[in-house]
Design a protein around this ligand. Structure first.
Ligand code: HEC
Length: 128
């Protein structure tokens, strides 16, 4: 009898377990990535921007009306470039607070994708 027989049989199982537990990406994370960054942007928007800009981006909230928050769906806002949005979110503008240091570059970029989504939704509704 080969004394190593037992461990030889056990090894492939151990290897398989190690491989399975080391799978790096949980399925839900990869699904979010495939959508582009709009989904994480939506979450940050709800946490950081919604109280002034409203869920739909209209600015039709108590805060938004008091401070004069822009309607993010308007053509005037949507015609601005991503770079302009980036700078605005980072540095702020009049009553719009700056988010530099609070939000990462990735988070700000996610927000820009989401602000574009808000604009698209509005023009889709107009077409119908
Ligand atoms: C405290 C209220 C407040 C919060 C919170 C806030 N905003 Fe604003 N935002 C404003 C106001 C007020 C304006 C209008 C600024 C002005 O006078 O032009 C504005 C303007 C904007 C504009 C248009 C700016 C332009 O170029 O004319 C964008 C885009 C925008 N906000 C995005 C965001 C995003 C994204 C967030 C979340 C990270 C956010 N805002 C959070 C108040 C707010």
């Amino acid at each position: 009898m080969n004394p190593n027989h037992r461990s030889f049989l056990a090894n492939p199982r151990i290897i398989a377990m190690v491989l399975l537990s080391a799978l790096p990406i949980p399925p839900c994370a990869s699904a979010a990535e495939q959508k582009g960054d709009a989904a994480p942007g939506q979450k940050i928007f709800a946490e950081r921007c919604q109280k002034c800009h409203g869920e739909d981006g209209s600015g039709n909230t108590d805060f938004g009306k008091a401070l004069g928050a822009a309607d993010l769906r308007s053509a005037d806002i949507q015609k601005k470039s991503d770079a302009e949005f980036y700078e605005l979110i980072e540095k702020g503008k009049k009553n719009m607070p700056p988010f530099e240091g609070t939000l990462s570059k990735t988070e700000i970029n996610g927000l820009i994708v989401y602000v574009r989504e808000i604009g698209k939704k509005q023009s889709d509704e107009k077409k119908q």
